[in-house]
Ligand binder design. Structure first.
Ligand code: PNS
Length: 176
């Protein structure tokens, strides 16, 4: 695994192996937009690790175990996808798991500034590359937060999230 790159990095004929990549996120919960990015990453790379971020500063709707379980169910038909979890920096997770590149979805220009900064920081600090998949316009408006907000007030989010999430959302919001 590379450490911080020199400005002339990769001009020496060395090749970065991107057979295994990571799709990191909170996935609270996984949406059809996430699945679009994960599926397309799985078509482009040998192995995709979906890494669920545990952020101790936030209280998610779904616990880390539930988010992992829902992702496992939603990606069960994609053989080269596995689901894991992480805390701390994504670049440390990459280093520990021999991963050289992060794959992320870009929905709109509003995502771009922050994602570019994060990608540059991750490359500067650890030489980890970030590859972007442009979200299918079908899902350009979609986010986990909007799904939760609409579901909470009785909105119909079927067609926006996998069936397992829909069922779990219904149970959770009725119970709360
Ligand atoms: O689904 P989200 O909440 O948009 O995912 C954001 C996530 C988890 C991908 C991002 O916050 C992240 O990579 N967090 C890990 C902590 C980290 O490495 N932060 C520094 C990035 S420069």
């Amino acid at each position: 695994m590379a450490t911080a790159p020199r400005p002339d990095a990769h001009c020496d004929g060395s090749v970065i192996d991107v057979r295994r990549v990571v799709c990191p996120g909170s996935f609270d919960p996984v949406t059809n937009g996430h699945l679009d990015v994960i599926t397309r990453a799985a078509n482009l790379h040998d192995e995709v690790v979906v890494a669920v971020f545990r952020n101790s500063n936030k209280t998610p709707l779904f616990s880390i175990d539930e988010r992992v379980e829902l992702l496992q169910a939603a990606t069960s038909k994609i053989p080269n996808v596995r689901v894991d979890r992480f805390e701390g920096l994504i670049v440390d997770y990459c280093k520990a798991n021999d991963i050289t590149a992060i794959v992320k979805g870009l929905r709109a220009v509003t995502d771009f500034d922050y994602e570019m900064q994060m990608a540059q920081m991750n490359y500067n600090q650890a030489g980890v590359e970030t590859l972007f998949v442009i979200t299918n316009p079908l899902w350009a408006f979609l986010s986990s937060s909007l799904v939760k907000d609409f579901a909470k007030f009785g909105g119909d989010v079927s067609g926006l999230v996998p069936e397992v999430v829909l069922e779990r959302l219904a149970g959770r919001l009725i119970a709360d």
